[in-house]
Design a binder for this molecule. Structure first.
Ligand SMILES: C[S@@+](CC[C@H](N)C(=O)[O-])C[C@H]1O[C@@H](n2cnc3c(N)ncnc32)[C@H](O)[C@@H]1O
Length: 254
C-alpha cells in the first residue's frame, strides 16, 4: 500500500514538474524569439492570434523564417500573391496568411490526401505512405481553420492539373501569366508535385520573391531530387534553412 502511495506521489510530482516547465516556457522562455519579432510584438504590430500560434508551433526556425521572409517582402515592396502547395488542414497556411493577410493567398491541395500516381515511384519515408495519409481533411475544414477570408483562394484537386481545371469557377481560377507571386510555400512531400510546383511557380515569381520547399533531407529523397534537378535549370543558388526538417529557399534574382 505504502509502495503504491510512493509511486503515485512520484508520478504526480513528475507531471507537476512537466506542467510547470511548460507554463514557464510559454511565458518566460524567450531565448528562441528573434529580437526583431520581440520589437514588433511590443509595438503591437503582431496580431494576438499570430502570437498564440507562435507559442504553440513546434518548429520555431521554420516559423520565424516565414516571418522574416514576409517582412522582407513587405519592406522591399515585392509585389504579388502568396501560394501554398500542400495545405492539409491549413496549419502552415493559417500562419502565413496571418503574417500578411493583405495578400491574395492561393491554396493547392487535393484536400483528400496523396494520389497513387504520385506515390508509386517514391522511395525513403514517402514509400511507406498510402493514399490514406493526409486524407482526414476537407476544403470546408481548411476554410474554417483559416477563417474564410475573401483573400484566400482555393484550388482543389490534383496538382498540377488543378491549375487549369474549372476556369469558369472563381475558386479554381488558374494563375495567369500576368498574376505575380511574392511567395510560394511547397510542402507536398513527394517528387512529382514538388517538381511540378517548382516549374509552375518559379516563372510567376516577382524579382525578390521566394519559394520555400519543406523536407529537403535524406528521409525524403524525392524532394532532394526534385529540387536538385530544378536548380540545374535556373541561375539562382538555393539557401538551406536550419529548421527541423530542412527547408530550402530560392529567392528570384532581380
Ligand atoms: C505534409 S502535408 C502539408 C502540411 C501543411 N503544409 C502544414 O504544414 O500543415 C502534404 C499535403 O500535400 C498534398 N499533396 C501531395 N501531392 C499532391 C498533389 N499532386 N496535388 C495536390 N495535393 C497534393 C496532400 O494532399 C497533403 O495534404
Amino acid at each position: 500500500m505504502v509502495f503504491f502511495q510512493i509511486i503515485s506521489s512520484i508520478l504526480v510530482l513528475f507531471v507537476l514538474i512537466l506542467l510547470a516547465r511548460y507554463i514557464w516556457g510559454m511565458f518566460f522562455d524567450t531565448n528562441y524569439r528573434p529580437v526583431e519579432w520581440e520589437n514588433a510584438r511590443k509595438k503591437g504590430l503582431i496580431s494576438k492570434e499570430l502570437i498564440r500560434l507562435e507559442r504553440d508551433y513546434p518548429d520555431k526556425v521554420r516559423f520565424f523564417n516565414w516571418w522574416f521572409q514576409i517582412e522582407r517582402l513587405k519592406r522591399d515592396g515585392v509585389p504579388g500573391d502568396f501560394a501554398e502547395l500542400g495545405v492539409y488542414k491549413g496549419e502552415s497556411a493559417r500562419i502565413i496568411h496571418l503574417m500578411d493577410p493583405s495578400r491574395k493567398f492561393h491554396l493547392y491541395d487535393t484536400f483528400e490526401g496523396f494520389r497513387e500516381e504520385d506515390l508509386k515511384d517514391e522511395t525513403g519515408e514517402a514509400a511507406t505512405y498510402t493514399s490514406r495519409n493526409f486524407a482526414d481533411t476537407s476544403l470546408e475544414l481548411v476554410r474554417r481553420n483559416i477563417g474564410g477570408d475573401e483573400n484566400v483562394v482555393f484550388h482543389p484537386g490534383y496538382f498540377p492539373r488543378s491549375v487549369v481545371s474549372g476556369q469558369d469557377d472563381e475558386d479554381r481560377r488558374p494563375l495567369t501569366a500576368d498574376c505575380r507571386l511574392a511567395l510560394a510555400n511547397l510542402d507536398a512531400d513527394l517528387y512529382l508535385p514538388t517538381k511540378a510546383g517548382l516549374e509552375y511557380f518559379y516563372p510567376l515569381l516577382s524579382p525578390g520573391g521566394v519559394i520555400i520547399v519543406h523536407d529537403y533531407n535524406h528521409k525524403w529523397p524525392g524532394i532532394i531530387k526534385a529540387v536538385d534537378e530544378f536548380m540545374t535549370t535556373i541561375p539562382e543558388t538555393m539557401v538551406m534553412v536550419p529548421d527541423m526538417e530542412g527547408s530550402v529557399m530560392i529567392v528570384k534574382g532581380k
